[in-house]
Design a protein around this ligand. Sequence first.
Ligand SMILES: [Zn+2]
Length: 372
Amino acid sequence: MSDELARYHRQMLLPGFGEAGQRRLLDATALILGCGALGSVAADMLARAGVGHLVVVDRDFVELTNLQRQVLFDERDVTDAIPKAEAAKRRIAKVNSQLRVTAVVDDVNPTNIERFAKGADVIVDGLDNFETRYLANDLAVKRGLPYVYGAAVGTTGMAFTVLPHATGHATGHAIGNTPWENAAGGSLATPCFRCLFEEAPPPGSSPTCDTVGVVGPAVAIVANFQVAETLKILTGQFDRISRTLLNLDLWANELHGLKVDNAYDKGDCPCCKHRRFDYLDGTTGSSAVALCGRDAVQLRHRQQPESVDFELLAARLRRHGRVKVNEFMLRARLSDSGYDYEITLFPDGRAIVKGTDRPAVARGIYAKYVGA
Ligand SMILES: [Zn+2]
């Protein structure tokens, strides 16, 4: 065994690995979207496993409240206000100097995601909102890229691996040429994220880590499940990919895999059956526009979401600041990492985030406190 591979010895002993598998990993590129709790655990383990090129994209800076679960970061990163993607890159360089890490400090959106995914062999989900997940899923299906979904909030977690159907039934194209779906070997393709979750929950209806909290181990389990799936993908072991939606609740001592195989056949997915990429094309999803001279950004959903449950959201936000609610709007003043923001939410899901003129910051605040 060459010196270069010596550090991976224990992993190379595994079924389906060997030197050939390890070399495939070293030649591979993983795109990690979001480097919060899931992303930092995933980046750390993928770096240790020897994935040759990691592209880490995150819009945020390291904050003190991250350290409870975001294993790549330390107090120094907080004091020095280092962006998470950059802090991840510095840390990984110390863990495994054989690798290349590309740190991207940016908000993932339809205009840039294709650029970030250039050359990627897999997309690993470390995201914090539905909209960007639909976007990542659109790209994965369009390009025939595996997408490893993961999410954790409170004491719960979920994960699923998407091996996209390369062709939609509706389009009648010839069977695809991805390694998991070819004419000779049959298909190991799975439902996509949009097959499983047809619609995003209305804004404010689902809990976020910033409103209800999150326990570190839930994140670590989900992220490590994603890492295992990613290692299988990058070494070409598609027959070992999980066929179920992982669902766990550590406080309720529940761990199970939901069978979802028929979600593709029974459903009528616009994305993977009809090859309509609404989020990637920008015809669905939100827009963020800086309101000139007002130190504020307006976020607007292009599709009318269901009406927002103000009372539920207000109850959650009251733990973080002053909240005013009436039939026309909900307004919350929040302090986040030393900055003051004011979110005003309207019944149609439109929001104005005051305290910044940067759309990426406003999206971040919205995702943290309102969610979806
Ligand atoms: Zn689908």
